[in-house]
Design a protein around this ligand. Structure first.
Ligand SMILES: Nc1nc2c(ncn2[C@@H]2O[C@H](COP(=O)(O)OP(=O)(O)OP(=O)(O)O)[C@@H](O)[C@H]2O)c(=O)[nH]1
Ligand SMILES: [Mg+2]
Ligand SMILES: [Zn+2]
Length: 351
């Protein structure tokens, strides 16, 4: 195969360099991850591949293992093995659920993170802020999508309450995930060479929107519970799909827990940090101290109490996670404690 044929083929899986890697090993993209291994696509066909031994080593940071969206190099063997992961242009991570501190990659090499929230009982501006905080530092841009705009809810009120909380440049769209017109609206994020990942709670409509963008009912969808709009975790694995618009989209399982990793910078709340810098006392606790700029902003309505509470929560969580992460790094660097190291599962995926 010539280079240009190879490149044309790879465009389908979102490869956009003008050149192929020098390596003779075969290039492919991870399109799914299962307990038994990975599914990769080389632009022509999808097939299974196993990770090389180096990725299964105990104690390896899970964020260094192949993840959905990664471009990987495969051995030529009849049973393909992922031997190397090419460097990522962006990585969306969260801390894995559970006690042990671990970074978990949600998607790699994405341009946009489509944060999907239903305009039903799922609507929650604080959770959207949490998602946007996770997207910060990923290298990808967030786009907030509010689904179920067709269900008779007060779309205007929801959109304006959200806009009041988010920075002016935040992109927010109310959509009907079932309407083919949504394809045109989202086309700017899903053109050739673009990759996007859809994230949001179970039942928000990620797979419904994925099917509309695909133009076929490929992903299973499931109705939400009437009383609280919660979904039933219909999607159980992340899947990268090529869209007719030329881009790639990753559908994901609904997330129950969105733990920060400790690496976030909370840019979303830069205005609050700026206010705090104006308090009379450098160590102001923003309680009853005189000259507290935060209390003044809360009193004048300039700062919403919900947003302030959410900031405090995220800030505290980030500090805790950063301390846990540091302690873990120190333990790793220091002498090994007695006992066996704990086994690191490499495919704990969805929740
Ligand atoms: N009316 C309306 N219904 C929607 C819309 N988007 C999704 N739904 C419905 O919401 C329910 C949940 O949709 P799914 O696409 O399965 O949700 P999901 O986000 O993929 O959920 P998980 O796979 O469980 O994470 C289904 O009954 C959809 O038909 C929308 O924009 N309008
Ligand atoms: Mg789904
Ligand atoms: Zn203060």
């Amino acid at each position: 195969m010539t280079d240009s044929e190879g490149l044309a083929r790879l465009r389908h899986i979102g490869w956009r360099d003008d050149a192929l890697p020098d390596d003779p090993r075969r290039l492919a993209r991870v399109v799914a991850q299962h307990r038994a291994g990975y599914e990769v696509h080389d632009g022509t066909a999808a097939f299974n591949a196993q990770p090389a031994g180096q990725f299964l080593k105990r104690g390896l940071d899970p964020a260094l293992r192949p993840a959905v969206g990664d471009f990987v190099l495969l051995s030529h063997a009849s049973h393909p093995v992922i031997e190397a992961v090419l460097s990522r242009r962006s990585t969306l991570t969260r801390a894995a659920a559970g006690e042990r501190y671990e970074r978990q990659v949600i998607a790699a090499n994405i341009d946009y993170v489509l944060v999907l929230t239903g305009l039903d009982g799922d609507f929650n501006p604080s959770r959207i802020e949490r998602y946007l905080t996770l997207v910060e530092g990923s290298g990808a841009r967030p786009v907030v999508l509010l689904s179920k705009a067709d269900t008779g809810v007060d779309v205007e009120a929801a959109v304006s309450s959200l806009r009041a909380r988010l920075p002016a440049e935040a992109e927010v769209h109310a959509i009907n995930g079932k309407d083919p017109a949504t394809v045109g609206l989202l086309a700017p994020y899903l053109g050739p060479g673009m990759s996007a990942v859809l994230v949001g709670s179970s039942g928000a409509g990620k797979s419904t929107l994925t099917n509309t963008l695909l133009g076929e009912e490929k992903m299973a969808t499931g109705a939400v519970r009437d009383h609280d709009s919660r979904g039933r975790h219909t999607t159980t694995h992340r899947a990268l799909l090529s869209l007719p618009t030329g881009g790639c989209l990753i559908d994901t399982p609904g997330m129950r827990e969105l733990k920060l990793t400790g690496e976030e910078n909370l840019d979303l709340f830069a205005d609050i940090e700026a206010l705090a810098a104006q308090c009379r006392f450098a160590d102001c606790g923003h309680g009853k101290e005189p000259g507290c700029a935060i209390q003044a902003a809360l009193a004048s309505g300039e700062l919403s109490p919900q947003r302030w509470r959410n900031f405090l929560k995220l800030h505290e969580e980030r500090e805790e996670q950063a301390a846990t992460m540091e302690a873990r790094l120190r333990r790793k660097a220091g002498p090994k404690p007695g006992g066996k190291p704990r086994r690191g599962g490499w495919s704990h995926d969805d929740d």
